[in-house]
Design a protein around this ligand. Structure first.
Ligand SMILES: [Zn+2]
Length: 195
């Protein structure tokens, strides 16, 4: 399961979180544990995440002119959220210049609808796509089909994804079992593999 080494929105310190577990940082001098958990459901979500969940569980309005993907029932959305967090591999989008988690819960079988704003057509989509350039509390997924400009970076049980911090601004890092295997600079768009 990939783990996120991101800034905790509650204690404001780096924390390591996955689909379960909570932030174990201590708060100030009190010895109290932070306890922040990754929001998985609508009730746990902040306003921004709720708006994303609502968007991707409803068809686009007639006025939509950009791409829009959605599932027909919200239960599927949460199942896909867990799937991509627990089983996703890390990929790089060369067009949007960001890292994302990618999973295909039903293989090549479509699991969602994808409206192409430029063409005005709807197709099926088989992939769950979670951009990694959001804050921890806003991480959310939408749906896509695999594109030629998606590059596979890493997968495995022991992956951690580290967001940039003050010591390395703009640099995302992917580690496998604690070892740095890939870094990506979101400003220069330079990706580096380490062997
Ligand atoms: Zn925390």
């Amino acid at each position: 399961m990939p783990l996120f080494q991101f800034k905790c929105p509650q204690c404001q310190k780096p924390t390591l979180l996955g689909g379960d577990g909570c932030c174990v940082n201590t708060l100030g001098n009190t010895g109290t544990t932070c306890g922040y958990e990754l929001p998985l459901y609508f009730v746990d979500a902040n306003h921004k995440l709720r708006s994303k969940i609502t968007k991707h569980t409803n068809p686009p309005p007639p006025s939509a002119n950009t791409d829009w993907s959605w599932v027909d029932t919200s239960g599927n959305y949460y199942a896909h959220r867990m799937h991509v967090i627990e089983s996703g591999c890390v990929q790089l989008n060369l067009k949007e210049n960001h890292l994302f988690l990618w999973s295909t819960p039903s293989g090549a079988t479509p699991i969602a609808n994808l409206y192409y704003g430029s063409a005005g057509t709807v197709a099926g989509a088989s992939g769950v796509y979670m951009p990694l350039n959001s804050q921890l509390q806003n991480l959310h997924h939408f749906y896509s089909n695999h594109e030629p400009y998606f590059i596979h970076i890493a997968d495995g049980e022991q992956l951690t994804i580290e967001q940039p911090d003050n010591s390395r601004p703009n640099e995302y890092r992917v580690c496998d079992n604690g070892r740095l295997i890939y870094s990506y600079n979101s400003v220069t768009h330079w990706g580096q593999r380490y062997s």
